[in-house]
Write a protein that binds this ligand. Structure first.
Ligand code: ZN
Length: 124
């Protein structure tokens, strides 16, 4: 299912000028090898507001987002089909915990942020 290159699952944060109905969404949720956050060419304040509104997480500095494990699970599950997905999601969390990317209470997982400098994000 993953596209060539395999970026892994990512959360995308769109700006007001993006032609997307959802400002924040989970993409490629079936590919749990990597987890990251991508931000369209918008300023940090707008990105932080969009992410906070979505309930999916919050910025922890400019380079990192703390994603809610449960919100991420729910947003992803709506887009995946495989019966083994839940187990693979848990395995990803276990891996992240081993790398200390999961917060002490287990509620959030940290993901690296990529700030796009391209104009627009396509028609989606
Ligand atoms: Zn966008």
């Amino acid at each position: 299912m993953a596209r060539s290159g395999g970026f892994g699952v990512y959360v995308v944060i769109h700006g007001r000028t993006c032609r997307q109905s959802e400002r924040v969404s989970v993409q490629e949720a079936d590919d749990l090898k990597r987890l990251s956050v991508r931000v369209c060419p918008i300023d940090a304040h707008q990105a932080a507001a969009a992410l906070a509104d979505s309930g999916l997480g919050r910025f922890d500095g400019r380079e990192t987002v703390a994603l809610s494990v449960e919100q991420l699970r729910q947003a992803s599950r709506a887009t995946v089909a495989g019966a083994d997905w839940q187990a693979r999601f848990d395995a990803m969390l276990a891996y992240a915990a081993g790398r200390r990317w999961v917060t002490g209470d287990g509620a959030s997982v940290r993901a690296h942020v990529t700030w796009s400098d391209e104009d627009g994000c396509g028609s989606g």
